[in-house]
Design a binder for this molecule. Structure first.
Ligand SMILES: C[S@@+](CC[C@H](N)C(=O)[O-])C[C@H]1O[C@@H](n2cnc3c(N)ncnc32)[C@H](O)[C@@H]1O
Length: 206
């Protein structure tokens, strides 16, 4: 891994992803996490302050970037929630089938290279009565915005840690074997439209 992705990007992502407007979007779903909770691509652990500590029995974070794990570990050092931070990607989760109650997926599916594989893995490890809480940015509903998303995606991916701008998040979730039970989809206030169309909601195994 290069200097940029392991030394500069973690600070950049940690900073951008914890600004007020984004925290408000996360807060719509993260406090609902309960039981054994798996967070995919934990990043700098920006969600940590939003968990209801009376409902979360254990928090398992998977994160393939050493630089991001370093940032997450700094935050996790202060939490009372029992936790594990694992060096793994969403495409191959080192967890048994049907072993977690909640999966938290926030601003990560955009960055996972094999997003379809990761969704299948999430479906595998989630209990039949479990929930997937998601808050992801992706493909906008307006053709003019999509044109921009597709135009700049190649260069954007290079500076933003592999982040895809135009992924249809609802289709990826349902394609992975989930039924979306609740969803709001909206442009995040104060964000550029090409990177700010959010899909926020809850899904269960289909
Ligand atoms: C924009 S950050 C979001 C981090 C965090 N989920 C949050 O809500 O702040 C995207 C994260 O996805 C992680 N990531 C990249 N490839 C991944 C993969 N294959 N599986 C899981 N996470 C991945 C990155 O290392 C980074 O931490």
């Amino acid at each position: 891994m290069g200097f940029y992705s392991e030394k500069i990007l973690p600070d950049l992502i940690g900073c951008v992803c914890s600004r007020g407007a984004i925290m408000k979007q996360r807060a719509k779903v993260v406090p609902r996490a309960k039981g054994q909770v798996l967070e995919i691509g934990m990043g700098a652990a920006a969600n940590l302050e939003l968990y209801d500590t009376t409902r979360v029995e254990r928090l398992i974070g998977v994160e393939p970037s050493a630089g991001m794990r370093r940032k997450a570990a700094e935050k996790l050092a202060d939490t009372t929630i029992p936790h594990d931070l694992l060096d793994a990607g969403g495409e191959a989760l080192p967890l048994p089938d049907a072993s977690v109650d909640t999966i938290v997926l926030t601003y990560t599916l955009c960055s996972i290279p094999q997003a379809e594989d990761a969704m299948r893995e999430m479906r595998r490890v989630l209990k039949p009565d479990g929930q997937l809480l998601f808050c992801e940015h992706g493909r906008a509903p307006d053709p003019g915005v999509v044109r921009w998303q597709e135009r700049i995606e190649t260069i954007w991916k290079r500076i933003a840690g592999g982040c895809h701008l135009a992924r249809p998040m609802d289709q990826l979730i349902t394609g992975g074997g989930f039924a979306i039970r609740e969803m709001e989809a909206e442009y995040m206030p104060g964000s550029p439209r090409f990177a700010g169309f959010d899909y926020i909601g809850m899904a269960t195994p289909a």
